[in-house]
Design a protein around this ligand. Structure first.
Ligand SMILES: NC(=O)c1ccc[n+]([C@@H]2O[C@H](COP(=O)([O-])OP(=O)(O)OC[C@H]3O[C@@H](n4cnc5c(N)ncnc54)[C@H](O)[C@@H]3O)[C@@H](O)[C@H]2O)c1
Length: 251
């Protein structure tokens, strides 16, 4: 409890799945201020009213398309104005459409990279001046096992974008350690969320079989890893990628 006491965090893609799990855990762990950012407003509002009932955390709800620079800048500015600082950014928002190679277009390729990778660049760029000013920051980027094994069921751009997220995270780790800013990535395996549900029963079963623990992970299990990397216990960890996948890469 209280691992994030006094901290101000932004969680993108907070309306569902892993982002929602992170927001719930951060609120429970004593975060002082939390910006919930997502392009889906109604579920975001539902989450905020639920958290307001349960936790003392101050919440800012921001309807933001994280692939749009102006919207990202407005969301980050609003966070700084509301809470006076920004300590933690969780780059989590992402999409994984089921598009086979033959139906892949340049437009859909650009959309994949824009939502899954450019968004992490934009959000990081916008928060960094605030973190550098205070010589403290924690950046956690949600990548995927797809960065290592390639996209099997989804769009070719998925694994590519998620590999890019890891490279971005390492760049930021090197560039900003001198400012007290740590940057790390998490590569989840198959996690029980609406995004994974869209893969269909057959694919999900294949992922379960491919893991050593023979089940999907939960959003909470990823949120716990995010909490470690965003909190005080990981003060000597930067530029790393944490694999949270039930052992899927070992088979
Ligand atoms: N579920 C898995 O098996 C799995 C595995 C590896 C990595 N991931 C990654 O974890 C992250 C979260 O995925 P999830 O499984 O919780 O999916 P999810 O679909 O449950 O949640 C994703 C959230 O991102 C939001 N989002 C999508 N595009 C957005 C945009 N342009 N701007 C703002 N918000 C946007 C959605 O509205 C949604 O609330 C993603 O980056 C995903 O690639 C998921």
């Amino acid at each position: 409890m209280d691992e994030l006491k006094g901290r101000v965090a932004i969680v993108t893609g907070a309306a569902s799945g892993i982002g929602r799990g992170v927001a719930e855990l951060f609120a429970r762990e004593g975060a002082f201020g939390l910006t919930l950012a997502d392009n889906q407003a109604p579920p975001l509002q539902d989450l905020a009213s639920e958290l307001r009932k349960r936790c003392g955390c101050d919440l800012l709800v921001s309807e933001t398309d994280v692939s749009e620079p102006d919207q990202v800048n407005r969301m980050v500015q609003a966070t700084a104005e509301r809470f006076g600082r920004i300590d933690i950014l969780i780059n989590n928002a992402g999409i994984c459409p089921m598009v086979p190679w033959d139906r892949t277009t340049l437009e859909s390729w650009n959309r994949m990279l824009s939502v899954n990778l450019t968004s992490a660049f934009l959000c990081s760029k916008a928060v960094l001046p605030h973190m550098r000013k205070r010589k403290f920051g924690r950046l956690v980027h949600i990548s995927s096992v797809g960065a290592f094994v390639g996209s099997v069921t989804g769009h070719v751009g998925y694994g590519v974008s998620k590999a890019g997220v890891i490279a971005l995270s390492k760049y930021l780790a090197k560039q900003f350690a001198c400012d007290g800013i740590l940057s790390n990535a998490i590569a989840p395996g198959s996690i029980d969320t609406p995004l994974a549900e869209a893969f269909g029963e057959e694919n999900l079963q294949r992922y379960v079989e491919a893991s050593l623990v023979k089940r999907q992970g939960t959003p909470r299990e990823i949120a716990e890893a995010v909490l470690f990397l965003a909190g005080p216990r990981s003060s000597y960890v930067t530029g790393s990628t944490m694999h949270v996948n039930g052992g899927s890469l070992l088979i």
